[in-house]
Design a protein around this ligand. Structure first.
Ligand code: ATP
Ligand code: MG
Length: 153
C-alpha cells in the first residue's frame, strides 16, 4: 500500500505566473488515481498557497529567473505527497508563522491564512527550514478509495 507508483520533480522560477502553472501540473499528476473534483481543488488551492509564499515571502517578489522553487511529488496508490521548497529567506519562527492571521507582510495585502488553508485542505502538512537556507513545505492528501460505492455506480 505504501508503494510509490509515480514521481515528479521540477524547478521553476519564483514568478507569479508560475503559481497557476504549478497547481495545474500537480493536479494533472494525480489524475491517474481518479480523484474527486473536491480532492483536486483542495490540492490546487494548497499548492497555490505554498508557491505564492515562495514568490512573495521567500524571494520577496523579485520575480527573478534565478530564484527557484522546487516541487517534488510522489504518488502512492491512494495518496499524494507534495514537497514545495525554496532557497529564500527562511522562517524565523515556524510555529508562529503557521498561526491563523499571522503575517509579516507590512502592506496589509496578506491575510495570514495561507498555512491555515493548507492545513485544512490537506491531510498532513509539515514546515521546516532547510539547512543552507530556505523553507520546505511537505503536504499529503489522501484520496477516497472505492469511489464506485461512494457514488453508487
Ligand atoms: N516560503 C516562505 N519563506 C519565508 N517566509 C514564509 C514562507 N512561507 C510563509 N512564510 C512566512 O509565514 C507567514 C505566514 O504565511 P501564510 O501563508 O500563512 O500567510 P501570508 O502569506 O502572510 O498571507 P496569505 O497567505 O493569507 O496571503 C508569512 O507572512 C511569512 O512571514
Ligand atoms: Mg501565504
Amino acid at each position: 500500500m505504501n508503494e510509490v507508483i509515480n514521481t515528479l520533480s521540477m524547478n521553476i522560477p519564483a514568478k507569479s505566473e508560475n503559481e497557476s502553472f504549478a497547481r495545474a501540473v500537480v493536479a494533472s499528476f494525480c489524475v491517474g488515481l481518479n480523484p474527486t473534483v473536491d480532492e483536486i481543488n483542495d490540492i490546487k488551492t494548497a499548492v497555490s498557497e505554498a508557491v505564492t509564499n515562495c514568490v512573495v515571502h521567500a524571494y520577496q517578489k523579485r520575480q527573478s529567473n534565478q530564484d527557484m522553487i522546487t516541487i517534488e511529488c510522489k504518488l502512492f496508490p491512494a495518496m499524494l505527497e507534495v514537497k514545495i521548497s525554496d532557497r529564500g529567506v527562511g522562517i524565523a519562527n515556524i510555529t508562529q508563522a503557521m498561526e491563523p492571521f499571522y503575517t509579516t507582510e507590512p502592506n496589509g495585502e496578506r491575510s495570514g491564512m495561507g498555512f491555515t488553508v493548507m492545513q485544512s485542505f490537506m491531510d498532513t502538512i509539515s514546515v521546516n527550514n532547510q539547512s543552507g537556507g530556505g523553507t520546505v513545505v511537505t503536504m499529503q492528501k489522501n484520496f477516497t478509495k472505492d469511489k464506485q460505492k461512494v457514488s453508487g455506480e
